[in-house]
Design a protein around this ligand. Structure first.
Ligand SMILES: Cc1ncc(COP(=O)(O)O)c(C=O)c1O
Length: 427
């Protein structure tokens, strides 16, 4: 089927959950993708952070072929060779001792919330009668299943499905006073994306994370970090929390873990694991031999790539900062390693820039209306960064310039007011 045929069939057959770009990809290799017409694209989004080793990485291909020819699924009623090996590697790099494997980010996050509730029930040293409240952050994104949705700090995702799971409070992002005000002995966990991804690449501040760690430690509540987007090498460390010099009680990972096969994981401590007993939680597909064998290979390759991620990440960041100084429509540049966001002054400009880049054969995405999000594969070279930055420069000139002077003025005024409000809020 060609693009038109696929698009029209999908329109009739699928639930209308996605507004897809009109591109039909048929193959990929390294940092490139090709569409059905043979057009080549430089992939700076890597399937929203999944294809961290690019497309058809030789080590991944080898592991896939080898394992697919031996065994694909056995269920969690039996052992296979790779869960223990993968768990051992994850425990070593995270400093957390226990692992649960599942199939996706949202499933990992839901499991983490269940674990926090279960742990609080069996280990409530602080003696608070109802220790089940969860504190999450405004503007967060944790996934689409009910638990994850209920802790997602954006009404547009929650409201269509309300009422959501009760017992969740939302703290203003990086607001120390708000966290202190809302935290008490009834809280079983504080839930944080170490770097908020979907809401526009916002790293949590060191002070805020430290406070969350201190408060939770005082009452025996848990600190749960969502590193589904920012973990597993994305920031140049195995985990983004390692940049902050502290350790959570639970961390969730998924996206790049099995290089495109569905695999998520909850990592936690021996202490928290005491809240779980056989039969309390599970999954049919999670942690199968194929996905785990591939994930073992992913972690082996990742080990050698961390210095490269740091180097290309710094180079990319410096190039974007230079671009920022040249374009009035760039409001801010944020992120770490190879997780970067360029915040523009209007949704229209961001939309036009992303569209222009796609036409030129560069894949990025626009998130939270105004933010251009870059999640390139870890194997990119500086020449790829140069190519993207040059194309972005041109697109910012043409698309940024298309927004009328009147609109620019209006947006500048709005921006100043928002900035003042934000500063007041965080003062
Ligand atoms: C931080 C974060 N948490 C959770 C999820 C949900 O993951 P999944 O789409 O695999 O369910 C995402 C997905 O984008 C994410 O970025």
């Amino acid at each position: 089927m060609n693009l038109a045929a696929v698009a029209s069939a999908e329109e009739k057959l699928l639930l209308p959950t996605y507004e897809r770009q009109r591109v039909l990809f048929t193959r990929g290799k390294g940092v490139y993708l090709w569409d059905s017409r043979g057009k080549k694209y430089l992939d700076f989004l890597s399937g929203i952070g999944v294809n961290a080793l690019g497309h058809r990485h030789p080590a991944i291909q080898r592991a896939l072929k080898k394992q697919a020819s031996k065994l694909i699924h056995v269920s969690n009623l039996f052992f296979h060779e790779y869960q223990a090996e993968l768990a051992k590697r994850l425990a070593k790099i995270s400093g957390l001792e226990r692992v649960f494997f599942c199939n996706s980010g949202t499933e990992a996050w839901d499991g983490a919330l269940k674990l926090a509730r279960a742990y609080a029930k069996t280990n409530n040293n602080n003696g608070h009668k109802a220790k089940w409240r969860l504190l999450a952050l405004e503007n967060s994104f944790h996934g689409r299943t009910f638990g994850a949705l209920s802790t997602t700090g954006q009404e547009k995702y929650r409201n269509p499905f309300a009422p959501v799971v009760p017992g969740v409070g939302f703290v203003a992002f990086n607001d120390l006073n708000d966290l202190k005000r809302q935290f008490d002995g009834s809280v079983c966990a504080v839930c944080i994306e170490t770097i908020q991804g979907e809401s526009g690449i916002h790293p949590v501040s060191a002070e805020f994370l430290r406070l969350a760690r201190e408060l939770t430690q005082k009452t025996g509540a848990l600190l749960i970090l969502d590193e589904i987007q920012c973990g597993l090498g994305r920031t140049g460390k195995y985990f983004a929390y390692q940049q902050y010099g502290l350790k959570p009680d639970i961390v969730t990972v998924a996206k790049p873990l099995a290089s495109g096969l569905p695999l998520g994981a909850i990592l936690t401590t021996n202490r928290v694991a005491t809240g779980i007993h056989p039969g309390m939680h599970g999954t049919t597909f999670g942690g199968g031999p194929l996905a785990c064998a591939v994930a073992v290979e992913f972690l082996k390759v990742l080990e050698g790539l961390l210095p490269h991620i740091n180097e290309t990440g710094s180079y990319f960041r410096a190039s974007l900062e230079q671009l920022q100084s040249q374009h009035a429509c760039v409001r801010e540049m944020r992120g770490a390693g190879l997780m970067l966001g360029v915040d523009l002054d209007s949704a229209e400009t961001a939309k036009a820039v992303a569209k222009e880049l796609l036409e030129k054969g560069i894949i990025i995405n626009r998130t939270h209306d105004t933010v251009l999000r870059f999640l390139p594969p870890y194997i990119i070279q500086k020449k790829h960064v140069d190519e993207v930055v040059a194309a972005l420069d041109k697109a910012l000139q043409s698309s940024g310039g298309k927004v009328s002077a009147k609109m620019q003025n209006k947006m500048q005024k709005k921006r100043t007011t928002t900035d003042v409000k934000t500063r007041r809020k965080h003062a």
